[in-house]
Design a protein around this ligand. Structure first.
Ligand SMILES: NC(=O)c1ccc[n+]([C@@H]2O[C@H](COP(=O)([O-])OP(=O)(O)OC[C@H]3O[C@@H](n4cnc5c(N)ncnc54)[C@H](OP(=O)(O)O)[C@@H]3O)[C@@H](O)[C@H]2O)c1
Length: 302
C-alpha cells in the first residue's frame, strides 16, 4: 500500500498543487478542508475529511496513518468570529493532534519576517505557530513565502482587476516598499520536496524577481493595457477607498495589516530565490485572463 500524506485545503490555492504532485508521485492523499464539497479535478483521487478544530480527538483520528502533514491552514484577516488568535489556537491544536496521531513530519507554510513581538497579528501569529512546531516532536520544514501568484491567486489578480476597471489606482504612501512573489506551483514543488526529507529547516520561499510596489503596479498595468493613473495617498485614505470598492464586491480588498506589512518591508528578504518562475513572464503568458474576474477572499473562505 502506498504511503499516506495529509494536505490541508486540497481544493484551494496551494493545497491543490501539493495534492496533485503527491498523487503523481504515487502517494495516497487525504485532505482536511473547510469546503469538502468544492469541485476539483483531484477530488475523486483523494480522501476528503472536514477540517475542524472543535473535536481534537476527531482531528487526531483524521490525521492517523499519515506520515507527512502539509499545513497551509491560516486566515488572511479577522472577520466575524475568526481572528488571528483563533487561527493560532487552531494551529496549535492541529500540531498537538498531529503528534498524537503519530505523524512524523510537518511541512508548514508561514510568511516572510514572522515575529512574536510584531504589532501585526498576522506576522505575530505565524511566529507563534512556527515556535510551536519547533518545540514539537515533529520533524519539520517551515517555508516562508512573501506573496503567491498563479491561477486563482488573489492579490496580483485583483490589482489587475482594479487597473482594468478604474481610472485611478491608489498606492499607499510612496509605493517604494518591496515584495518578492513566488509562483504557487514552485511553492508546492518545494513543499513536496521537503516532505521527502527528515531534517528540520526554515526557508524563505521567494521567487526570482523583487519589485517595489510601484514597479509591480506599473508592470501589471502595462500587461493588461490599463489606462489608470497611479496616485499615491496616505495609507488611511487608500484603505478607505479600497473599503468602498470592497463594499461593492462584498469583500475585503486590502487590510490595514497588509498595508503596514508592506510599508515595513516585511515581504522582502535577503535570501536567495527558492522558486524559478518569474511573475513578469507568468503575467505576460496570462495577460488575457489576468484580472478579468475579481477573486473574492470572503466568498472563498467565509
Ligand atoms: N496567498 C498568499 O499570497 C500568501 C502569502 C504569504 C503566505 N501565505 C500563506 O500560504 C499558505 C497558503 O495560502 P493559500 O493562499 O494557498 O491559502 P488557501 O488555500 O486559500 O487556504 C489554506 C487553508 O487555510 C484554510 N483557510 C483559509 N482561510 C480560512 C478562514 N478564513 N477560515 C478557515 N479556514 C481558512 C483553507 O480552508 P479550505 O480548505 O476551506 O479552503 C485551507 O485549508 C497560508 O498559510 C498563507 O498564510 C499565502
Amino acid at each position: 500500500m502506498s504511503e499516506l500524506h495529509v494536505v490541508t485545503g486540497a481544493f484551494g490555492f496551494t493545497g491543490k498543487h501539493v495534492a496533485r504532485r503527491l498523487l503523481d508521485a504515487g502517494i495516497s492523499v487525504r485532505t482536511l478542508t473547510g469546503h469538502p464539497d468544492r469541485s476539483s479535478d483531484v477530488r475523486n483521487a483523494i480522501e476528503v475529511r472536514p477540517l475542524q478544530f472543535t473535536d481534537i480527538r476527531r482531528l487526531a483520528s483524521d490525521l492517523e496513518g499519515a506520515r507527512v502533514l502539509y499545513n497551509t491552514y491560516w486566515v488572511r484577516f479577522a472577520h466575524g468570529r475568526t481572528t488571528y488568535d483563533s487561527a493560532v489556537a487552531n494551529s496549535l491544536a492541529f500540531i498537538r493532534a498531529a503528534q498524537e496521531a503519530g505523524v512524523e513530519r510537518i511541512v508548514h507554510v508561514s510568511i516572510t519576517s514572522p515575529d512574536e513581538k510584531s504589532p501585526l497579528g498576522y506576522f505575530r501569529g505565524k511566529a507563534g505557530v512556527e515556535r510551536a512546531i519547533r518545540e514539537s516532536s515533529l520533524s519539520h520544514a517551515i517555508l516562508r513565502p512573501a506573496v503567491l501568484f498563479g491561477d486563482e491567486g488573489i492579490l496580483i489578480n485583483n490589482i489587475a482587476w482594479l487597473l482594468r476597471r478604474f481610472p485611478l489606482f491608489v498606492v499607499p504612501r510612496s509605493g517604494e516598499y518591496r515584495l518578492q512573489p513566488i509562483f504557487v506551483e514552485d511553492l508546492a514543488e518545494l513543499m513536496v520536496a521537503q516532505g521527502k526529507r527528515d531534517d528540520n529547516s526554515t526557508t524563505d520561499a521567494i521567487g526570482p524577481e523583487t519589485f517595489t510596489f510601484n514597479e509591480l503596479v506599473t508592470l501589471v498595468g502595462r500587461i493588461v493595457k490599463s489606462r489608470a493613473r497611479v496616485v499615491h495617498l496616505p495609507p488611511t485614505l487608500a484603505l478607505r477607498l479600497s473599503q468602498i470598492i470592497g463594499v461593492m464586491r462584498r469583500d475585503v480588498i486590502l487590510t490595514r495589516e497588509e498595508v503596514d506589512g508592506l510599508l515595513a518591508d516585511l515581504l522582502v528578504t535577503e535570501s536567495a530565490p527558492t522558486g524559478g518562475t518569474k511573475l513578469s513572464e507568468w503575467m505576460t503568458a496570462h495577460r488575457e485572463s489576468l484580472g478579468r474576474r475579481y477573486q473574492s477572499e470572503l466568498a472563498r473562505h467565509f
